[in-house]
Design a protein around this ligand. Structure first.
Ligand code: NAD
Ligand code: UDP
Ligand code: UDP
Length: 336
């Protein structure tokens, strides 16, 4: 009687880092373009431990070389279509090829990455109670009949086209996120990312900004795909990363558009790259690919009001910030 309960035996887990104030963050696709910039930003906070899981399909260890060996950083070669067992507090789920050349290369694999990969990350989030953010895409709006695109628009997407593995794949990924949220109470965040550019973009991934910058540096004609009047809105990668972190840390599930509303035709983009990087190059008109959306511009009212976010870097300021990185990787020094 009156015996004092013995103190609970110290659990080995209690002493593990998991129960300290550090935040453990998993970034899938962290060896890629946006992912590696996100990792750079997360690593600046000394309370963060970052685990990257990537299969290096379109990403590379090179993008993370400054962190390899860092005590708060871990890099795992892992394909998200396989189950993953780690203990984390937050998951930024980016793993998925983003450029048409790569996502069309093995479309079945692209769907598996979007569907099974997202399912696995949601299963992981459920098991460990982590908050999970999906990087969805403006492609869920397809060839939009509403302009600019706001989040309430359901889109105009071809379910059987060559882009469907990507845009329908992301649509299912969004559905899975909401079903895990409603059915299992998982904390979710969905970002709908619009075209993003910056250093570390894959040089030969066929995307318009990387193509034009590489062509301008090599002195080759800038290939504008017909008709050239189609529009896109380009967001600099530091603004994108800022938006993703605000979304993760905020209270809103989304989906929330993150992109720069400055809208340009591909001809205007070519003129701007020519002027800023190499006035001597020509601009040539070439054939386009099927299902190319004619216009795209985000309505970012939600990001603005709910996250206090807006992009800061204008296209004319961002493009020159890619030049040095591209020159180094292309081994073309600037003319003195
Ligand atoms: P990226 O291709 O540079 O990065 C994707 C990363 O995911 C790469 O490191 C790749 O190796 C990895 N990956 C691909 N499949 C994988 C798999 N099955 N398992 C593990 N890792 C895998 O592309 P990014 O531009 O950095 O895009 C990142 C995310 O943002 C993607 O989800 C993409 O859909 C989305 N997004 C990007 C843009 C953009 O303009 N860059 C626009 C809309 C959406
Ligand atoms: N999963 C995972 N890591 C975990 C927990 C689950 O990769 O830590 C995977 C699991 O293999 C499954 C998926 O996530 O394929 C969905 O898991 P969930 O528990 O929601 O569904 P179930 O396993 O009951 O089908
Ligand atoms: N585009 C172009 N020249 C190129 C590559 C692309 O004019 O060398 C055009 C393409 O037709 C599309 C736009 O640029 O209208 C954006 O293409 P990208 O593949 O970069 O992105 P997405 O189509 O996914 O928005």
């Amino acid at each position: 009687h009156g015996a004092v309960k013995p103190p609970p035996s110290p659990s080995p887990l209690r002493n593990s880092k998991f129960f300290q104030s550090n935040m453990r963050i998993l970034v899938t696709g962290g060896a890629g373009f946006i992912g590696s910039h996100l990792v750079d930003r997360l690593m600046q906070n000394e309370k963060n431990e970052v685990i990257v899981a990537d299969n290096y399909f379109t990403g590379s260890k090179d993008n993370l070389k400054k962190w390899i060996g860092h005590p708060r950083f871990e890099l795992i070669r892992h394909d998200v279509t396989e189950p993953l067992l780690v203990e984390v507090d937050q998951i930024y789920h980016l793993a998925c090829p983003a450029s048409p050349i790569f996502y069309k290369y093995n479309p079945v694999k692209t769907i598996k990455t979007n569907v099974i990969g997202t399912l696995n990350m949601l299963g992981l989030a459920k098991r460990v109670g982590a908050r999970i953010l999906l990087t969805s895409t403006s492609e869920v709006y397809g060839d939009p009949l509403v302009h600019p695109q706001e989040e309430s628009y359901w889109g105009n997407v071809n379910p059987i086209g060559v882009r469907s593995c990507y845009d329908e794949g992301k649509r299912v990924a969004e559905t899975l996120m909401f079903d895990y949220h409603r059915q299992h109470g998982i904390e979710i965040r969905i970002a709908r990312i619009f075209n993003t550019y910056g250093p570390r973009m894959n040089i030969d991934d066929g995307r318009v900004v990387s193509n034009f910058i590489a062509q301008a540096i090599r002195g080759e004609p800038l290939t504008v795909q017909a008709p050239g009047t189609q529009t896109r809105s380009f967001c600099y990668v530091s603004d994108m990363v800022d938006g993703l972190i605000r979304l993760m840390e905020g209270e809103n599930t989304g989906p929330i558009n993150i992109g720069n509303p400055g809208e340009f035709t591909m001809l205007e983009l070519a003129e701007t790259v020519k002027e800023l990087i190499n006035p001597a190059v020509e601009i040539s008109m070439v054939e386009n690919t099927p299902d190319d959306p004619r216009q795209r511009k985000p309505n970012i009212t939600k990001a603005n009001e709910l996250l206090g976010w807006e992009p800061k870097v204008k296209l004319r300021d961002g493009l020159p910030l890619m030049e040095e990185d591209f020159r180094t990787r292309l081994a073309v020094p600037a003319k003195k």
